[in-house]
Design a binder for this molecule. Structure first.
Ligand code: GUN
Length: 293
């Protein structure tokens, strides 16, 4: 079977160019540029890379961006103070606090302090709740990016069976909501996790499998029915001495054996990853338009 690769990198580049065009039109009209602020605590390698790529994406979209850095020993109080300041600043449209945070800081407490109007990650209880009710909201970037890829590749979702592997707050749960709701996926959704029985059978009955469990090569060919669409959200760093960085990103899907069975599949890297950052840009533009236009 010949499969089609879903090119997230190219799709993200197209969308960023569309955003840039919109921004330049606004600027030509005398408006200010959208402004995204990122807070980064400590020096975690993955977080450093994500935030660097977010800043680069801002440049590509014609946004203003600000990176606020703290050392690992920042207190919860200091972070809460910064969040309160950003909530009120007129020149800031949206901001994110890069996760994970050091153990001495309560992530949920920080999250709940973010004003939902500036929560372009879509992680606050108000945005999660509004999204679940089908109300206008900021939808978290990875699920939104996956839905956008399915739409841009004309992959039908209405009435299709979608199996989601993983139930995280960032991907699995919001993904299930989006795929279930009539105005988005309109699909039949099953969410599987580490305690699910009949996991292989569930996967075999899926038209679309979304793998987001963070276990490299978890989804194997015997779990995929011919013609299925497979979306790989995994980005585990595995040691690789042949790389300059000393690691490579490994997806949750055993690509080489699964791909030949699929009609569509995302690669790692270059699939879901670039779309996530691109959707953060889209959310930032939405936040800006909500405040400014
Ligand atoms: N850490 C991993 N993914 C994300 C994300 O989408 N947003 C933030 N803020 N932190 C993350």
């Amino acid at each position: 079977m010949t499969f089609q690769l879903i090119d997230g990198k190219a799709t993200a580049a197209t969308i960023k160019a569309e955003i840039k065009q919109q921004v330049e039109a606004l600027v030509a009209d005398g408006k200010r540029r959208p402004h995204l602020v990122a807070i980064l605590v400590g020096h975690d390698g993955g977080s450093e890379t994500y935030v660097k790529n977010k800043v680069l994406a801002c440049e590509a979209c014609g946004f203003q961006s600000t990176l606020i850095r703290y050392e690992e020993d920042v207190t919860e109080g200091e972070l809460l103070e910064k969040v309160a300041e950003l909530n009120h600043r007129d020149d800031v449209d949206g901001f994110i606090v890069q996760l994970p945070l050091p153990k001495h800081i309560d992530e949920q407490r920080i999250n709940e302090a973010i004003a939902w109007q500036k929560d372009v990650d879509g992680f606050t209880p108000i945005n999660v709740g509004r999204m679940s009710l089908g109300l206008p909201s900021f939808v978290s970037a990875t699920p939104k990016g996956i839905l956008t890829l399915l739409q841009r590749y004309d992959i039908p979702t209405s009435g299709q069976k979608v199996v989601i592997l993983g139930r995280s707050n960032i991907v699995g749960k919001p993904m299930a909501q989006l795929m279930m709701q009539k105005q988005w996926g309109d699909s039949t959704v099953v969410v599987c996790h580490s305690h699910s029985k009949q996991l292989r059978e569930e996967c075999l009955s899926a038209d679309i499998i979304i793998a987001a469990i963070g276990r490299p090569d978890f989804l194997t060919a015997d779990m995929v029915r011919p013609g299925a669409t497979v979306i790989d959200v995994g980005t585990t760093r595995v040691p690789d001495a042949t790389r300059k960085t000393g690691f490579r990103l490994n997806g949750d899907v055993k690509f080489d054996e699964v791909a030949p069975k699929c009609s569509y599949i995302t690669p790692v890297p270059g699939g879901v990853g670039p779309m996530t950052i691109c959707m953060l840009m889209q959310n930032t533009l939405e936040a800006y338009i909500m405040r400014e236009v």
